[in-house]
Structures are given as C-alpha cells and as structure tokens.
Design a protein around this ligand. Sequence first.
Ligand SMILES: NC(=O)C1=CN([C@@H]2O[C@H](COP(=O)(O)OP(=O)(O)OC[C@H]3O[C@@H](n4cnc5c(N)ncnc54)[C@H](O)[C@@H]3O)[C@@H](O)[C@H]2O)C=CC1
Ligand SMILES: O=C(O)C(=O)COP(=O)(O)O
Length: 476
Amino acid sequence: MEELIAEIKDYDGLVVRSATKVTADIINAADNLKIIGRAGTGVDNVDVDAATKKGVIVMNTPSGNTISAAELTCALLMSLSRQEFMGAELYGKVLGIVGLGRIGKEVATRMQAFGMRTIGYDPITPPEVSASWGVEQMSLEQLWPQCDYITVHTPLMPSTVGLLNDETFAKCKKGVKVVNCARGGIIDEEALLKALESGQCGGAGLDVFIEEPPKNRSLVNHPNVISCPHLGASTKEAQARCGEDIALQIVDMVNGKNLVGAVNAQVLAGAFSQESQQLIRLGEAVGAVLHSCSASRKPFSHAHIITQGSGDSMKSCGGYLTSAVLVGLLNHESGCSANLINVQSLAKESGIAVNQSHCASEEAGLCKVEVVADGHSYKARGSVQGGVPVLLELSGSVFRQPVSLTGNLLFLQASADPQLLPSVAGVLASEGVQIESFSAPVDHTGDVWYCVGVSSLLQDLSVLKPLVKNVAQLSI
Ligand SMILES: NC(=O)C1=CN([C@@H]2O[C@H](COP(=O)(O)OP(=O)(O)OC[C@H]3O[C@@H](n4cnc5c(N)ncnc54)[C@H](O)[C@@H]3O)[C@@H](O)[C@H]2O)C=CC1
Ligand SMILES: O=C(O)C(=O)COP(=O)(O)O
C-alpha cells in the first residue's frame, strides 16, 4: 500500500483485480487520477465513496469472468458430492441458488444438466425470468428446508452479510452442503464452522473468505471443507476477457465515445453525444456566470435548474445539465475541484439544496437557473445556438443579442445609461484592455446587467467601481 501511495501521484488511471485494496488514502494521494478500472466484477476492494468524492470514475467488467466463476462453483458442488469414499449422486438432488444474477443463472443451467432441481431467491430478478432458465423462485424461508446443496451468488452488502447464519443453518436439511464463490461473509464463517462440527452442514466449498488469505485456518483445515484461494476468475479466458474489456472501456471513455461499466458516474451515462457536450458546456458556463455575479454574497443556499424544450435531448439532459451548472457554480470555490462525478455530493456537503425540473414547451431548448445566496436570488437563462452556449437573460435583464459564453467576459450591473459604454471603454483602454463585444439589455429602466467581451481580464476590478453598482469578470 505504501508503495502504491508513493507511485500513484502522477497516474491518470489505475487498473486492479480484487487483491489490491484501493483505499481512501491511495485515492487521496492520487492527484491526477481520473479512473479506477476493476478488471473483474466485485468493487468491494475499492472505496467507491472516496473515489466519487474525488471525482474519480470507478468502472468494472462484470461479465468477463462469469463463466469461470460459475464453472468453479459447479466444480466445488461436484467435488463436495464425491468427497468421501462413498459419495452421492447429484441427480435428483435440490440445489438452492441465492442470487440469480449472471453467475447464479450459469450455475443453474449447468447443474440442471446433472438432473438437479434448481430453486432460488433473488429480490430483483423476476420469477418469470428465472423460470425461463429453469429456476423456481421462492422465499428464503421456503428455500432453506428443501435444499441438499446451497450456493450463494450475491454481492456482499449489509443485506447479504450472514445470509446463512446460526438461525438459517438450523432451518436447513441436516447435512446440507454449501458453496461460496461470491464473497467471504455471505455465509457466516463462525456459524459455518459450528454447523460443520455438529454435522448440520455436511460440507462446504469455499473460494472466498472474510480475510484473504485467511489467518484463522479452522475452516480451511476442516476435513469437510474444500477451499481455493479466490480462484473463481483465475482462468486464462476470464483474465483475457476482463483485461481486454477494461482496456477498451477506458479507451472509449477517454475518447468521449461511450461509458460502459461505470458504477459511480450514472450522471455521465448518455452524456457523450455532441449535443450533450454542448449542453454540458452551457450548464458550466451559466453556473460560472452566476458564481461570478453573486461573488459578494456566498455561500449559495439553493439552486434550481429548469430545462425547457420539447426535444428528446432536453427531456433527458436534466441530470448532467444540473451537475454541469453545479460544476460552474462550485468550481471556482477555493479548494474545490468539482466535476460531473463528485459535484452532487460536494453540493450536498456545502448545504446547497438542489432542485431540478423540466418544462415541456415548443420553444427551443433552454436552461434556466436560479440560485439563492445570502437571501438574494440570481437568475440566468441560456441556450445553445450554432453549437455555442449563449446567455439570453441575467437576473431580469434580457440581452438584445445573445451573449456568446466564451472568452473573457465582464458583467456590469448599473442604472440603464447610454453613456455607460463610452465611459467603460475609456477606463478599460487606460488599463490596456480592448472591448471585443458589448451586449445591452432590452429594458432601459432601473438597474440592469450589461455584458462586455474583453481582450483580457482586468487586474483590478475596482477601477470600474465608480461607474457601476456591481462588476464581475470571468474567463470561459
Ligand atoms: N470468486 C470469484 O473469483 C468471483 C466472485 N464474483 C462474485 O460473485 C458475486 C455474483 O456476481 P454476479 O453474478 O456477476 O453478480 P450479479 O450482479 O449479476 O448478480 C447478483 C445478484 O444478487 C442479487 N441479490 C442482491 N441482494 C440479494 C439478496 N439479499 N438475496 C438474494 N439475492 C440478492 C441481485 O439482485 C443480483 O441478481 C459477486 O459478489 C461477485 O463479486 C464474481 C466473479 C468472480
Ligand atoms: O470479479 C470478482 O468479483 C472476483 O472476485 C474475481 O477477483 P479477481 O479478479 O480474481 O481478483
């Protein structure tokens, strides 16, 4: 681990199997890290929360080793049936499969070839789906007493820790044989040892342990246990598949082509088209404008993002557009390095209440944002025109021409005044800054917002203070 912490600093990507524990310390030491690729299924060896907070994508290759893990499970079931001089046929016996996902399904169809009756339980896989591959679903209460063999194929999570425990072993047939090729702890290790000692459990095939390799050897050394050191995925074929899958998935992600296998970046799914990229740039730019214009009144307490338009892209972009706006709002905060992966959790940590809604309308796609900082509301409305993000309105001031949200921009709030432009131009010229564009609001009453495109940002914004009520600048 020390070695990885020292080495990881300059790397953009990290690919691991299950033995490498990617802890928060490793993730936080990785200044450039953008992606953690798990060449395999379970991501319980990666601190996914820490990665998400750091804005790092975690991705796995969930189907590359399915067949290998299923085959090892079947090999253990067969070995358990013939472990002694006098064995027992699998034919006609009942196999209970807890977890009917990828591996559970492959185990079922293989063991049916031996004439086993396959029953199972899964809270997500519909009974009619598992029935189509020969597994009758039932509650665990109904399942335990019927099984001659039980195999578990769930992820390790609070609801699956100790699925087989003292209480559930007691509900099983005496002499039931169990296999765990999923994760250590799904079958409670102490309960299993007790059941093996009492004969309630007639044998166990274990590929995984709570601690790997297990320091406590009581299960491994038990005469009725057949054990492997986490070899379910260790075949040439599975390793070739997982290695190739993770490499291709990372290359696709880096090339902005596709996002496959990400476990913590749901917001990015479907955000790779050119249209989505333009909307993301719009969201970030609108967020950045509101960040600059409300600079004196932080922190934000509320952000409401409304998408408007009838097109499919506007209906489906809410998730990533909201995140993009938040990136623009938060990215310039000191010490904050927000991106689309971590920004929702950063916003939550900063106490910003975020709302998102969509309003179907015949108008072209619009992104409207309202933020509240120190009790004051700031609003912006923008869209994408000709592939470029533009600002149409800022806090009640509708611009005569859409403001192109690119380059160096100055936002000025002042009383409506035709003399403002020449006065501002004079001050800017004396600072060596040229005006490249100027957008005035339609309205001429009260305090209004102007936007000025400039050749470079001002060193000292206060030179404009005598002319305006409020001034902000940013570079997009
Ligand atoms: N020993 C090894 O080398 C390998 C182990 N694995 C492990 O095998 C396990 C299964 O992998 P896959 O089949 O690919 O996963 P999967 O995600 O396709 O299937 C898991 C299934 O478990 C179900 N499930 C969740 N909670 C449950 C509960 N409380 N009771 C019953 N079912 C529940 C889910 O609905 C899902 O259908 C994972 O833990 C994975 O890490 C995977 C590959 C190799
Ligand atoms: O893919 C999984 O979940 C596994 O348990 C396989 O782990 P491994 O890649 O063999 O270290």
